[in-house]
Design a protein around this ligand. Structure first.
Ligand SMILES: [Zn+2]
Length: 169
């Protein structure tokens, strides 16, 4: 009797495919990582739509997106972060995600942007892609962002500098 692929070999193939896909994403982002100084230079210029689009385009190429925590973990491993850094980062972003969902906002994906600093070291900026319903009032939107920004602290992790900024706006 003809036998198809076993469940085990199918899972292995899926994992191999996922690892390959993630390696490609990470190498692509590292390859196109912009210099932080260039981004700062552009943003020093007049704050208009063209410049914002320029920055978005640059950062988009060096940003990796993961649909779930498992994929995010694989991405962070491929980048070469230490086990402790990864654990900390996953707890942090997961806190934002849980809080967003609990407030009725949508956590869409986990992301990390790669840049190069002035000493030619790689910089990693992790963040969550969150959607807040447009029909909510300005006050509710603001309040929700503040609560999401503060979530890591509430869950026993620490807020990043951008979280602190957002929670004070
Ligand atoms: Zn954060």
């Amino acid at each position: 009797m003809e036998r198809g692929p076993t469940i085990k070999s199918l899972t292995e193939d899926t994992n191999k495919f996922l690892h390959k896909k993630i390696k490609e994403k990470v190498f692509g982002a590292i390859h196109s990582a912009p210099h932080l100084e260039d981004i700062q230079l552009i943003s020093l210029n007049k704050k208009d739509k063209d410049n914002e689009e320029k920055i978005d385009k640059l950062l988009d190429k060096s940003t990796i997106e993961a649909e779930n925590l498992h994929e995010y973990k694989l991405i962070l491993e491929t980048i070469g972060l230490s086990e402790d850094e990864i654990k900390d980062l996953l707890a942090h972003e997961n806190a934002h995600a849980n809080k967003a969902e609990s407030l009725g906002a949508k956590h869409l994906s986990y992301k990390i942007t790669i840049m190069i600093d002035k000493n030619n070291n790689y910089l990693y900026q992790p963040f969550s892609h969150i959607y807040i319903p447009e029909e909510w009032s300005d006050e509710k939107v603001k309040d929700t962002w503040v609560k999401i920004a503060k979530a890591p602290e509430e869950y026993g992790n620490k807020m990043s500098s951008s979280d602190i900024e957002m929670s004070q706006e």
